[in-house]
Ligand binder design. Structure first.
Ligand code: PLP
Length: 400
């Protein structure tokens, strides 16, 4: 391997949400943080050099995004995901969550219904409810050891009591690949979902922030790449932030083929004055997409090694916890139902007995009180230490 992902980088003292906030989040600072979706790897050298070079210039006045910014996104989507886009479809958001919120506000009205598929990354719920819209929860089905879209149930949920389409259903927030289950949606699921949405003029907002972290034998398909019809109803949100350790640079790209929708989105960006972006984020995105491919390919090998290690570790040494094998993302959804602990008891176990910081399952779905989400985007050493701590805590609990 050309790149050394085993390098231990001390992130303490950098105002890292993941590392420096443990006391505030978990009530103690002696935990290994395996929670927020943020990795412990240094960004590719080209990104760091690009930022340093620009920093050396010393003047950081207003700048605009050059054509090269859009070109890097266009080339990346073509080479990594086989999706041919027009540069003019590309617009901007400082983050994906702000874009989701902007979409809800721009394309729906208070009281309208927005579909989400739980368990789901918590802001999907809060951007809908916080903006006074109503959730339709098209819960994923959990069969065996895997999650699937329940599209028959979705069809029922968007039908009113007269058997007619409920015209208040205006949008779906799709998470593709899916956080927290790590599912990479199959083409059949996406085609069927696209069909339902286009038939009923339901806007698809597809959060594809995790699309560059997909493991062997799986392929991410941008839903907008399925057909012109689906593309015309879809807003796709991407960012190099998760894959290239750039989340703090607050730079993402929003792709809207439909001219009218794009103009409405851009008006909303302008009205809230959040479309400017920042110099370093723009440079980082371009460097990552233009020069980061080899680095990313090696990162994927490293992460898949972490994933295999994690799955084997639980299966062999901690069978009381069942990991769902992620097909994409560096997040692992853990079914802890056999531990016999739920909600705050389960969190107390991970925080105070194992001393590993995880995300509680009930943040993703009110039902998943006996699940937690583990972030394996760290060095093998950190991962091994965390797994050992969990194993020890489980064994001690069983012996009690
Ligand atoms: C599915 C998903 N969307 C969005 C985000 C956050 O995106 P941003 O920081 O760009 O708002 C995350 C971060 O964990 C995520 O998992």
């Amino acid at each position: 391997m050309k790149y050394n992902f085993d390098e231990e980088v001390n992130r303490l003292g950098t105002n890292s949400v993941k590392w420096d906030n443990c006391k505030q989040i978990f009530g103690r600072d002696d935990i290994i943080p395996m929670w927020v979706a943020d990795t412990d790897f240094k960004a590719p050298g080209e990104v760091i050099e690009g930022i340093k070079k620009r920093a050396d210039h010393g003047i950081f006045g207003y700048t605009y995004r050059a054509d090269s910014f859009n070109q890097s996104i266009k080339s990346w989507l073509k080479k990594r995901h086989g999706w041919e886009i027009d540069k003019e479809w590309i617009t901007f958001s400082p983050g994906i969550v702000p874009a989701l919120s902007l979409c809800v506000n721009t394309f729906t009205n208070p009281g309208d219904k927005v579909i989400i598929q739980t368990p789901i990354y918590p802001p999907f719920r809060s951007v809908v409810e916080g903006n006074g819209r109503t959730i339709i929860d098209n819960e994923l089905s959990y069969e065996g050891n895997s999650y699937h879209m329940d599209l028959d149930n979705l069809k029922r949920q968007i039908t009113d009591h007269n058997g007619e389409f409920d015209y208040r259903v205006k949008m779906i927030l799709l998470c593709s690949p899916h956080n927290p289950t790590g599912r990479v949606w199959r083409i059949e699921e996406l085609i069927e979902l696209g069909k339902i949405c286009t038939e009923h003029n339901i806007i698809i907002v597809s959060d594809e922030i995790h699309s560059d972290i997909v493991y062997k034998n799986h392929k991410h398909i941008p839903i907008a790449s399925l057909s012109e019809e689906v593309a015309n109803s879809t807003i796709t949100c991407i960012s190099p932030s998760k894959s290239f350790s750039l989340a703090g640079l607050a730079t993402s790209a929003i792709i809207i083929p439909n001219k009218k929708m794009r103009s409405l989105f851009n008006n909303a960006l302008e009205t809230s004055h959040i479309g400017g972006g920042n110099i370093f984020g723009n440079i980082a995105l371009e460097e990552a997409y233009n020069n980061g491919e080899e680095w990313l390919d090696e990162l994927l090998i490293y992460l898949e090694g972490n994933l295999d290690y994690t799955i084997n570790y639980f299966n062999e040494k901690i069978p009381q916890i069942k990991p769902i094998r992620s097909e994409g993302t560096y997040l692992v959804w853990l079914d802890c139902s056999k531990l016999g602990l739920k909600g705050s008891e389960l969190m107390n176990f991970f925080t105070n007995k194992a001393r590993v910081g995880v995300n509680p399952g009930n943040n993703f779905s009110r039902k998943n009180t006996d699940f937690v989400r583990l972030n394996i985007g760290c060095t093998k050493k950190t991962l091994n230490e965390a797994l050992k701590r969990i194993e020890k805590a489980v064994k001690e609990m069983i012996l009690q």
